[in-house]
Write a protein that binds this ligand. Structure first.
Ligand SMILES: [Zn+2]
Ligand SMILES: [Zn+2]
Length: 294
Protein backbone atom coordinates (compact mmCIF):
# COMPACT_ATOMS: atom_id res chain seq x y z
CA UNK A 1 0.00 0.00 0.00
CA UNK A 2 1.47 3.33 -1.02
CA UNK A 3 0.21 6.78 -0.29
CA UNK A 4 2.18 9.88 -1.07
CA UNK A 5 1.98 12.53 1.61
CA UNK A 6 4.86 14.53 0.22
CA UNK A 7 3.08 17.76 1.12
CA UNK A 8 3.93 16.91 4.71
CA UNK A 9 7.34 15.56 3.91
CA UNK A 10 6.99 11.83 3.96
CA UNK A 11 5.49 8.84 2.22
CA UNK A 12 3.19 6.30 3.74
CA UNK A 13 4.27 2.90 2.56
CA UNK A 14 4.52 -0.70 3.56
CA UNK A 15 1.99 -2.88 5.20
CA UNK A 16 -0.75 -1.14 7.06
CA UNK A 17 -2.28 -2.87 10.00
CA UNK A 18 -5.68 -1.76 11.11
CA UNK A 19 -8.50 -2.84 13.32
CA UNK A 20 -11.62 -1.32 14.75
CA UNK A 21 -11.03 0.12 18.21
CA UNK A 22 -8.59 2.99 18.32
CA UNK A 23 -6.99 2.06 15.03
CA UNK A 24 -7.91 3.98 11.93
CA UNK A 25 -7.96 2.87 8.34
CA UNK A 26 -5.27 4.57 6.29
CA UNK A 27 -7.61 6.55 4.07
CA UNK A 28 -9.80 7.60 6.96
CA UNK A 29 -6.96 8.63 9.25
CA UNK A 30 -5.20 10.77 6.68
CA UNK A 31 -8.41 12.36 5.42
CA UNK A 32 -9.65 12.96 8.94
CA UNK A 33 -6.33 14.49 10.03
CA UNK A 34 -6.16 16.67 6.94
CA UNK A 35 -9.72 17.90 7.21
CA UNK A 36 -9.18 18.71 10.88
CA UNK A 37 -6.08 20.64 9.91
CA UNK A 38 -7.94 22.43 7.17
CA UNK A 39 -10.57 23.41 9.70
CA UNK A 40 -7.75 24.68 11.89
CA UNK A 41 -9.53 23.48 15.01
CA UNK A 42 -7.63 20.38 16.01
CA UNK A 43 -4.10 19.67 14.82
CA UNK A 44 -3.99 16.20 16.35
CA UNK A 45 -2.43 13.63 14.05
CA UNK A 46 -2.95 9.93 14.60
CA UNK A 47 -0.14 8.15 16.43
CA UNK A 48 1.57 5.85 13.93
CA UNK A 49 3.98 3.11 15.01
CA UNK A 50 6.11 1.63 12.17
CA UNK A 51 8.34 -1.39 12.74
CA UNK A 52 11.68 -0.70 11.05
CA UNK A 53 13.79 -3.60 12.39
CA UNK A 54 12.49 -7.10 12.98
CA UNK A 55 13.29 -10.74 12.27
CA UNK A 56 9.69 -11.40 11.19
CA UNK A 57 9.14 -10.48 7.52
CA UNK A 58 6.05 -8.54 6.42
CA UNK A 59 7.00 -5.76 3.99
CA UNK A 60 9.24 -7.66 1.58
CA UNK A 61 11.11 -4.54 0.43
CA UNK A 62 12.80 -4.32 3.82
CA UNK A 63 15.58 -6.62 5.06
CA UNK A 64 14.95 -8.71 8.15
CA UNK A 65 17.54 -9.38 10.87
CA UNK A 66 17.31 -10.50 14.48
CA UNK A 67 16.33 -7.55 16.66
CA UNK A 68 13.70 -4.85 17.05
CA UNK A 69 13.16 -1.14 16.40
CA UNK A 70 10.14 1.00 15.63
CA UNK A 71 9.37 4.65 14.91
CA UNK A 72 6.50 6.49 16.63
CA UNK A 73 5.09 9.54 14.82
CA UNK A 74 2.21 11.88 15.43
CA UNK A 75 3.13 13.21 18.88
CA UNK A 76 5.01 16.47 19.53
CA UNK A 77 8.29 14.54 19.05
CA UNK A 78 9.15 11.62 16.77
CA UNK A 79 10.50 8.67 18.72
CA UNK A 80 12.76 5.78 17.74
CA UNK A 81 12.17 2.91 20.18
CA UNK A 82 15.17 0.51 20.14
CA UNK A 83 17.68 0.45 17.31
CA UNK A 84 18.01 -3.17 16.13
CA UNK A 85 21.41 -4.87 16.02
CA UNK A 86 23.09 -3.32 12.97
CA UNK A 87 23.11 0.43 12.40
CA UNK A 88 23.48 0.35 8.63
CA UNK A 89 20.50 -1.96 8.28
CA UNK A 90 18.47 0.18 10.68
CA UNK A 91 19.17 3.31 8.61
CA UNK A 92 18.47 1.46 5.33
CA UNK A 93 15.14 0.10 6.59
CA UNK A 94 14.19 3.49 8.01
CA UNK A 95 14.88 5.04 4.62
CA UNK A 96 12.71 2.41 2.90
CA UNK A 97 9.92 3.24 5.34
CA UNK A 98 10.32 6.94 4.48
CA UNK A 99 12.17 8.15 7.59
CA UNK A 100 15.18 10.47 7.62
CA UNK A 101 17.36 9.98 10.74
CA UNK A 102 17.13 13.75 11.32
CA UNK A 103 13.36 13.43 11.83
CA UNK A 104 13.93 11.55 15.10
CA UNK A 105 13.94 13.72 18.24
CA UNK A 106 13.91 11.02 20.91
CA UNK A 107 15.45 7.55 21.18
CA UNK A 108 14.25 5.19 23.89
CA UNK A 109 16.16 1.96 24.56
CA UNK A 110 14.31 -0.92 26.19
CA UNK A 111 17.16 -3.06 27.52
CA UNK A 112 20.87 -3.67 27.06
CA UNK A 113 20.78 -6.58 24.57
CA UNK A 114 22.74 -5.81 21.41
CA UNK A 115 19.85 -6.71 19.07
CA UNK A 116 18.12 -3.59 20.51
CA UNK A 117 21.06 -1.26 21.14
CA UNK A 118 23.54 -2.24 18.37
CA UNK A 119 22.25 0.31 15.85
CA UNK A 120 22.38 3.31 18.20
CA UNK A 121 25.90 4.62 17.61
CA UNK A 122 25.58 4.52 13.79
CA UNK A 123 22.29 6.34 14.18
CA UNK A 124 23.84 8.99 16.46
CA UNK A 125 26.65 9.56 13.95
CA UNK A 126 23.97 10.79 11.54
CA UNK A 127 21.76 12.45 14.15
CA UNK A 128 23.60 13.41 17.36
CA UNK A 129 20.82 15.85 18.27
CA UNK A 130 18.41 13.19 19.54
CA UNK A 131 17.71 12.87 23.24
CA UNK A 132 18.47 9.28 24.30
CA UNK A 133 16.54 7.63 27.16
CA UNK A 134 18.29 4.59 28.63
CA UNK A 135 17.81 2.73 31.90
CA UNK A 136 20.20 4.06 34.55
CA UNK A 137 21.44 0.49 35.08
CA UNK A 138 23.05 0.36 31.61
CA UNK A 139 26.85 -0.13 31.57
CA UNK A 140 28.83 3.06 32.24
CA UNK A 141 30.89 2.72 29.05
CA UNK A 142 27.75 2.44 26.93
CA UNK A 143 26.30 5.60 28.51
CA UNK A 144 29.63 7.34 28.01
CA UNK A 145 29.65 6.49 24.31
CA UNK A 146 26.16 7.98 23.98
CA UNK A 147 27.29 11.19 25.68
CA UNK A 148 30.50 11.34 23.61
CA UNK A 149 28.41 11.22 20.42
CA UNK A 150 27.02 14.60 21.41
CA UNK A 151 23.53 13.28 22.19
CA UNK A 152 21.78 14.26 25.40
CA UNK A 153 21.55 11.23 27.68
CA UNK A 154 18.53 10.78 29.95
CA UNK A 155 18.89 8.02 32.53
CA UNK A 156 15.61 6.41 33.55
CA UNK A 157 14.38 4.38 36.46
CA UNK A 158 10.76 5.16 37.29
CA UNK A 159 8.28 6.18 34.58
CA UNK A 160 9.68 9.17 32.64
CA UNK A 161 7.92 11.49 30.20
CA UNK A 162 9.46 11.20 26.74
CA UNK A 163 7.19 13.87 25.22
CA UNK A 164 3.51 14.80 25.50
CA UNK A 165 1.61 11.55 25.13
CA UNK A 166 4.60 9.20 25.58
CA UNK A 167 6.09 7.77 28.78
CA UNK A 168 8.43 4.98 29.72
CA UNK A 169 6.74 2.24 31.76
CA UNK A 170 9.43 2.57 34.41
CA UNK A 171 12.20 0.03 34.65
CA UNK A 172 11.35 -3.54 35.62
CA UNK A 173 14.34 -5.41 37.01
CA UNK A 174 13.74 -9.18 36.84
CA UNK A 175 15.25 -11.18 35.19
CA UNK A 176 16.95 -8.11 33.74
CA UNK A 177 16.46 -4.36 33.55
CA UNK A 178 13.94 -3.41 30.87
CA UNK A 179 11.49 -0.60 30.15
CA UNK A 180 8.66 -0.30 27.66
CA UNK A 181 7.23 2.73 25.89
CA UNK A 182 3.72 3.80 26.77
CA UNK A 183 1.66 5.83 24.25
CA UNK A 184 -1.50 7.66 25.28
CA UNK A 185 -4.24 6.86 22.78
CA UNK A 186 -7.93 7.68 22.92
CA UNK A 187 -8.63 4.00 23.65
CA UNK A 188 -6.10 3.86 26.51
CA UNK A 189 -2.35 3.29 26.82
CA UNK A 190 -0.54 1.30 24.15
CA UNK A 191 2.61 -0.44 25.41
CA UNK A 192 5.52 -1.08 23.04
CA UNK A 193 8.10 -3.61 24.24
CA UNK A 194 11.57 -4.61 23.02
CA UNK A 195 11.82 -8.17 24.35
CA UNK A 196 9.57 -8.01 27.45
CA UNK A 197 12.00 -10.20 29.44
CA UNK A 198 10.14 -9.28 32.68
CA UNK A 199 6.98 -10.70 31.06
CA UNK A 200 4.54 -8.95 28.74
CA UNK A 201 1.74 -9.12 31.34
CA UNK A 202 4.01 -7.60 34.02
CA UNK A 203 4.94 -4.77 31.67
CA UNK A 204 1.29 -4.16 30.79
CA UNK A 205 0.53 -4.15 34.54
CA UNK A 206 3.25 -1.54 35.17
CA UNK A 207 1.71 0.69 32.49
CA UNK A 208 -1.77 0.16 33.92
CA UNK A 209 -0.75 1.21 37.40
CA UNK A 210 0.87 4.42 36.15
CA UNK A 211 -1.94 5.30 33.73
CA UNK A 212 -4.65 4.15 36.17
CA UNK A 213 -6.58 2.62 33.29
CA UNK A 214 -6.40 -0.63 31.34
CA UNK A 215 -3.82 -0.97 28.61
CA UNK A 216 -5.49 -0.95 25.20
CA UNK A 217 -2.80 -2.76 23.19
CA UNK A 218 0.61 -4.39 23.57
CA UNK A 219 3.02 -4.66 20.66
CA UNK A 220 6.63 -5.69 20.13
CA UNK A 221 8.74 -8.58 21.42
CA UNK A 222 7.03 -10.78 24.06
CA UNK A 223 10.00 -13.13 24.69
CA UNK A 224 7.91 -16.30 24.58
CA UNK A 225 9.56 -18.41 21.87
CA UNK A 226 10.35 -21.16 24.39
CA UNK A 227 7.09 -20.88 26.34
CA UNK A 228 4.96 -24.02 26.75
CA UNK A 229 1.31 -24.10 25.64
CA UNK A 230 0.28 -23.74 29.30
CA UNK A 231 2.55 -20.75 29.83
CA UNK A 232 1.19 -19.08 26.69
CA UNK A 233 -2.40 -19.66 27.88
CA UNK A 234 -1.56 -18.14 31.28
CA UNK A 235 -0.12 -15.00 29.66
CA UNK A 236 -3.19 -14.65 27.41
CA UNK A 237 -5.41 -14.99 30.49
CA UNK A 238 -3.43 -12.33 32.38
CA UNK A 239 -3.54 -9.90 29.45
CA UNK A 240 -7.31 -10.38 29.20
CA UNK A 241 -7.70 -9.89 32.98
CA UNK A 242 -5.81 -6.60 32.60
CA UNK A 243 -8.31 -5.56 29.93
CA UNK A 244 -5.83 -5.61 27.03
CA UNK A 245 -7.86 -5.40 23.81
CA UNK A 246 -5.29 -5.78 21.07
CA UNK A 247 -2.01 -7.67 20.74
CA UNK A 248 0.71 -7.49 18.09
CA UNK A 249 3.48 -9.93 19.07
CA UNK A 250 6.64 -9.99 16.95
CA UNK A 251 10.47 -10.28 17.27
CA UNK A 252 11.10 -12.88 20.03
CA UNK A 253 7.43 -13.74 20.69
CA UNK A 254 7.62 -17.14 18.96
CA UNK A 255 5.39 -18.75 16.34
CA UNK A 256 3.35 -20.72 18.89
CA UNK A 257 2.61 -17.56 20.84
CA UNK A 258 1.59 -15.72 17.70
CA UNK A 259 -0.69 -18.60 16.67
CA UNK A 260 -2.32 -18.95 20.11
CA UNK A 261 -2.78 -15.21 20.51
CA UNK A 262 -4.36 -15.01 17.06
CA UNK A 263 -6.88 -17.66 18.15
CA UNK A 264 -7.50 -16.02 21.52
CA UNK A 265 -7.84 -12.40 20.32
CA UNK A 266 -9.44 -13.00 16.90
CA UNK A 267 -9.67 -9.75 14.93
CA UNK A 268 -8.00 -7.93 17.85
CA UNK A 269 -4.80 -9.79 16.99
CA UNK A 270 -2.81 -7.42 14.80
CA UNK A 271 -0.45 -9.16 12.36
CA UNK A 272 3.01 -7.75 12.93
CA UNK A 273 6.50 -7.85 11.48
CA UNK A 274 9.01 -5.69 9.63
CA UNK A 275 7.27 -2.75 7.97
CA UNK A 276 3.98 -3.10 9.91
CA UNK A 277 2.25 0.18 10.74
CA UNK A 278 -0.17 0.58 13.62
CA UNK A 279 -2.38 3.65 13.76
CA UNK A 280 -4.03 4.93 16.93
CA UNK A 281 -6.08 8.00 17.65
CA UNK A 282 -4.33 10.35 20.11
CA UNK A 283 -5.75 10.81 23.56
CA UNK A 284 -7.84 14.02 23.48
CA UNK A 285 -5.87 15.16 26.55
CA UNK A 286 -2.53 14.98 24.70
CA UNK A 287 -3.95 16.64 21.60
CA UNK A 288 -5.20 19.51 23.75
CA UNK A 289 -1.75 19.97 25.33
CA UNK A 290 0.27 19.77 22.12
CA UNK A 291 -2.12 22.03 20.22
CA UNK A 292 -1.94 24.60 22.99
CA UNK A 293 1.85 24.47 23.09
CA UNK A 294 2.32 24.94 19.35
ZN1 LIG B 1 15.55 -9.00 21.45
ZN1 LIG C 1 16.45 -9.18 24.86
Amino acid sequence: MMFDRSAEGYVWSGVFVTSLAGVLLLGTSVKAAESRQAAGKNKAQPIVVTIVYDNNPLDKRMETAWGFACVVEGLSETILFDTGGKGKLLLANMAKAGFEPEQIHRVVLSHAHSDHTGGLLDFLKVNPKAKVFVPKAFAADFKQEVSHSGAELVETEGPVKVCDGAWTTGVLTQPLVEQGLCLETSAGPVVVTGCAHPGIAQMARAATSRAKKPVHAVLGGFHMSRASADQIDTVIERLKELGVQQVAPTHCSGDNTRRSMKEAFGDKYLPSGLGAKFVFRQSPKTSAVTTAER
